[in-house]
Design a protein around this ligand. Structure first.
Ligand SMILES: Nc1ncnc2c1ncn2[C@@H]1O[C@H](COP(=O)(O)OP(=O)(O)O)[C@@H](O)[C@H]1O
Ligand SMILES: [Mg+2]
Length: 286
């Protein structure tokens, strides 16, 4: 309602550090204004004519990720709250709310947005600077994360690099658990080991894109994952030649291949390092 919006606008004049730059009465108007004005924050109502606030939030947060939405509603049911958050709202205010509650929410969300913007631009530029574009047309850039010592954050780094690269570039990204016998990528990314590197190794002579794709797991980020053997015994028979065949196939299917390794210089680890364009050596300050 226009009066309600004018009241909020008047309220916010008392807070010196924010400015209302637009008002809309429908979800459709909210989306249009988000595009036109690119505000830092939109205060959205769940119930609106034409297009409801949840649908508008969904559209805005996917099309304009730099715009943050705070949802407000008289509805205090968890279902509406949950749907709002799923649509990308950063906070939820139950009506009626006071000035302190409103400005507190706006400041908190604004700060959170500044932090995630800074992180996003840092990771994006790091990714483009250090990883560059794929080495050759049609062949993935292979980056392995190695250290001569265990428990040093290789798995964490490899998994995060893969996910961040996927989110920042939307290229085809594969994460390989090269810790064949004791891999924990599946645990870290919450992916059950239905099919694994064992399935590829035992068919290393006849790999094609369809077969490989069928074995790969898919993380919610869109990163495809080649999981390690379900048990150490299963990994025993895997040879470095089989790994070479597997990597040889996946570099034709992806833009980036990240490999988590284990601290060893056995045949299979050496093959993985040998096949990498870049080896990231992780270390601690010791
Ligand atoms: N940058 C970091 N800061 C603090 N803890 C970390 C960091 N990276 C990883 N860890 C933690 O250290 C432990 C070992 O990490 P992990 O990635 O499994 O190492 P690795 O694969 O080298 O054995 C995990 O508990 C992980 O959560
Ligand atoms: Mg590890």
């Amino acid at each position: 309602m226009p009066e309600a919006r004018d009241n909020v606008q008047k309220l916010l004049q008392f807070a010196g550090d924010m400015q209302v730059i637009g008002q809309g009465g429908t979800g459709r108007e909210a989306v249009d204004l988000a595009r036109k004005l690119q505000p830092d924050i939109i205060l959205m109502d769940v119930s609106m004519p034409e297009m409801d606030g949840i649908t508008a939030t969904q559209l805005i947060t996917t099309q304009f990720p730099s715009v943050a939405v705070i949802m407000s509603s008289v509805q205090s049911d968890t279902e509406t709250l949950r749907r709002s958050l799923q649509a990308g709202a950063r906070d939820y205010l139950f009506k009626p709310y006071g000035l302190d509650e409103l400005t507190g929410s706006i400041r908190t969300v604004y700060q959170a947005v500044q932090v995630s913007r800074a992180q996003l631009s840092a990771t994006t530029s790091a990714t483009t600077t250090h990883l560059g574009t794929p080495a050759e047309q049609g062949r993935a850039k292979v980056i392995s994360v190695f250290s001569p010592k265990g428990g040093i954050g290789r798995t964490t780094l490899a998994a995060n690099l893969a996910v961040v690269t996927k989110l920042a570039t939307d290229k085809r990204v594969l994460l390989v658990d090269g810790n064949l016998a004791f891999g924990d990528i599946g645990v870290v990314l919450n992916l059950p080991a239905v099919k694994t590197v064992v399935d590829l190794a035992s068919n290393a002579g006849q790999l094609d894109a369809d077969f490989v794709s069928d074995v790969l797991a898919t993380h919610s980020s869109g990163v495809r994952v080649l999981l390690a053997a379900p048990s150490p015994q299963d990994a025993e028979g895997i040879t470095s030649d089989q790994l070479r065949a597997i990597i040889g196939q996946v570099v034709m299917m992806f833009d980036y291949v990240f490999i988590d390794t284990r601290p060893s210089f056995d045949e299979t680890q050496l093959a993985l390092l040998d096949l990498s364009d870049t080896v990231l050596l992780t270390m601690t300050m010791e």
